[in-house]
Design a binder for this molecule. Structure first.
Ligand code: NAD
Ligand code: WQD
Length: 339
């Protein structure tokens, strides 16, 4: 069976994707430097799938160590490149760290792929590249807007690096996946998101407030041009998102009609406001979440949700989980973390 190199595979989306790859019959090699995750997720993956995937604690931008790891696994046929620093606020404070990590990691991976004749890469991009879209729902043909943070800029540059590398090497195939807002956890609650310090993202902040770790949620703004005044996002279940990676890998390996570089939005197609999501969490879990409305958060987009039709039609992938089940999974994961 073919082996997939998963960089960042102990992280949030990576660990869920490893589970789905194993379930689909793929062998995996996880590479992660554990800068934003722990090896506990490998225990979770093993408990869920019955398989303990090999793991190399390596920085992806270290070509020597990556070379040694790749040499041990000559059966690797594709890479899913998750490894990146991802905190928007931190990227504003430490831009060089973000450019260094996110650009060097990808460049090193692409160089080694060429050397080892690995011809397929799936890349984790983000809806952040659209900024505030002029047309909603946003489709892949929408223009890229100037990045609002160094993090967002690294995603734009990474996409360009992949396109240029593919232009120069007709053997290289790539699928760029633009994720909307991934939330939730595996239904087993054995793997999930590990927020670093005070969560910046909405759902981990909600679950920590529900658990009493935070006093109250601050809702950033209720004066936006939306029905209830709070911002709108497209929240996508992380297992649904993980499954899209399996489909993308299969397409590159098996479907001769695939273009050399393809781009897909991964979202539900449905926008939910902050207040709608919060109320849905409280209703689903029966747990009260104290909150207060405060001013807008700098740099926030007012509203964005995906047109996922291309992924639905071309990949044959669709987000399936309800937001209620997804929020319930996030809550179970929070409770698991506190055991
Ligand atoms: P995460 O931080 O949980 O996972 C990233 C993993 O990469 C971590 O385990 C970290 O230790 C590892 N890593 C970072 N730099 C590395 C390096 N140089 N070498 C080896 N390992 C390294 O984040 P996530 O939410 O799972 O995100 C995965 C990918 O998806 C990232 O590229 C992120 O930018 C992208 N993305 C995430 C979201 C989101 O909201 N979570 C949205 C859009 C895109
Ligand atoms: C969602 C909504 C907040 C926290 C970020 C990145 C983006 C992508 C996904 C990687 C917004 C509101 C939040 C809180 C709140 N990541 N909120 N109180 O900003 O859509 O996207 O993560 O690529 O690049 O920018 O996600 O979860 O931070 O916020 O009211 O304590 O929740 O204002 O409207 P965001 P988020």
């Amino acid at each position: 069976m073919a082996r997939i190199l998963v960089t960042g595979g102990t992280g949030y989306i990576g660990s869920h994707t490893v589970v789905e790859l194993i379930n689909a019959g793929f062998d995996v090699l996880i590479v992660d430097n554990l800068s934003n995750s722990t090896s506990d997720s490998i225990d979770g993956i093993e408990k869920i799938t019955g398989v303990r995937p090999p793991f190399e604690q390596i920085d992806c931008s270290d070509s020597e160590q990556m070379e040694t790891a790749l040499s041990k696994y000559p059966d690797i046929c594709a890479v899913i490149h998750f490894a990146a620093s991802k905190a928007v606020g931190e990227s504003v404070e430490k831009p060089l760290l973000y450019y260094k990590n996110n650009l060097l990691s990808l460049i090193t991976v692409l160089e080694l792929m060429k050397k080892h004749e690995i011809r397929n890469i799936v890349f984790s991009s983000s809806c952040t590249v659209y900024g505030q879209p002029d047309v909603l729902p946003v489709s892949e043909t929408a223009p890229i807007k100037p990045a609002l943070s160094p993090y967002g800029n690294t995603k734009q540059i990474n996409e360009e690096i992949i396109r240029d590398a593919a232009h120069a090497d007709s053997n290289l195939k790539a699928i760029l996946l633009r994720y909307f807002n991934p939330i939730g956890a595996h239904p087993s609650a054995l793997i999930g998101e590990l927020p670093n310090g005070v969560p910046q993202n909405l759902v981990p902040f909600i679950t920590q407030t529900a658990a009493g770790i935070r006093k109250e949620l601050r809702v950033f703004g209720n004066d936006y041009d939306t029905p209830d005044g709070s911002c709108i996002r497209d929240y996508i279940n992380v297992v649904d998102l993980a499954k899209a990676h399996v489909v993308a890998v299969r397409r590159m390996l098996e479907d001769k009609s695939a273009e050399q570089v393809e781009l897909f939005n991964l979202g539900t197609g449905r926008g939910l406001s902050v207040l709608e999501l919060l109320n849905s969490f409280m209703k689903t879990t029966g747990v009260n979440v104290p909150y207060t409305i405060v001013g807008r958060r700098e740099g926030d987009i007012e509203k964005v949700w995906a047109n996922p039709e291309k992924a639905n039609n071309v990949l044959g992938w669709k987000a399936e989980e309800t937001v209620e089940d997804t929020l319930a999974s996030a809550w179970r994961w929070q409770q698991h973390l506190m055991q």
